[in-house]
Design a protein around this ligand. Structure first.
Ligand code: NI
Ligand code: MN
Length: 227
């Protein structure tokens, strides 16, 4: 069955691939745009990009209730371990691991990563997923950086990029990111959760179509796309 992605609002995505379900950056119970609450999520793997509340908030609850495996940097895995998470796959930037659904590489991100209680959340990251039917790049929270050109060299079918501005890159830098990554499709994320990161996607879509070869796909929270 084809890989599908469902936007659960903000930076949170549910990926179904190879019979497994992955949740990226679970932030549901306190998210004004999440279509589901954390106790409704079924997941085999929980991927956490960095330590900020709006990415890690429901990670322990979702992992513990599902007996899921957390995939994140070493510091966040240790922190979630103290919150009862039994199964973790600690990583660090540039490293990759093979999991039952495919390969996960932890990529660099230019951001910060303090955990909600002030603990160090290590370095912020993004995820490059190499799956049976394609490659997905979750930039997660980041500024634009030129090394996206190297990440794109892997050949990306779908890039999930923040466009919210203020805390991450905004729409204009996300267009530059697409030029560096050269993905087949691009989906915007991390916007319209709250007024400070409100964005109109229409001008961004127009620029992607005019200036790149990528197909822009915009979904509303709860919406699903196929890889
Ligand atoms: Ni953040
Ligand atoms: Mn964030």
């Amino acid at each position: 069955m084809a890989t599908t992605l469902r936007w659960l609002g903000h930076g949170c995505w549910l990926v179904n691939t190879a019979g497994k379900t992955l949740i990226i950056d679970p932030f549901l119970n306190d998210s004004p745009t999440a279509p589901v609450k954390a106790d409704a999520v079924k997941a085999d793997f929980v991927l956490v990009s960095h330590g900020h509340f709006d990415h890690v908030a429901d990670a322990a609850a979702v992992a513990n209730r599902n007996d899921a495996t957390v995939v994140s940097n070493y510091e966040i895995c240790e922190w979630l371990g103290k919150k009862g998470v039994k199964n973790t796959q600690p990583m660090n930037l540039g490293g990759g691991i093979d999991l039952p659904f495919g390969r996960v590489k932890l990529t660099i991100a230019h951001h910060s990563s303090v955990l909600p209680d002030g603990s160090s959340g290590g370095n912020p990251g993004g995820f490059l997923l190499t799956l049976a039917d394609g490659t997905i790049y979750f930039a997660c929270d980041t500024a634009l950086f030129y090394d996206m050109k190297l990440i794109g060299a892997a050949g990306i079918d779908l890039a999930v990029l923040p466009i919210g501005d203020r805390f991450t890159m905004g729409p204009d830098d996300a267009v530059e990111a697409v030029k560096l990554l050269t993905p087949r499709k691009v989906v915007p994320s991390h916007f319209n959760t709250w007024p400070p990161i409100a964005q109109d996607t229409a001008p961004w879509v127009a620029r992607i179509k005019a200036e790149t070869k990528a197909e822009p796909i915009v979904v509303a929270p709860g919406g699903t796309i196929t890889l």
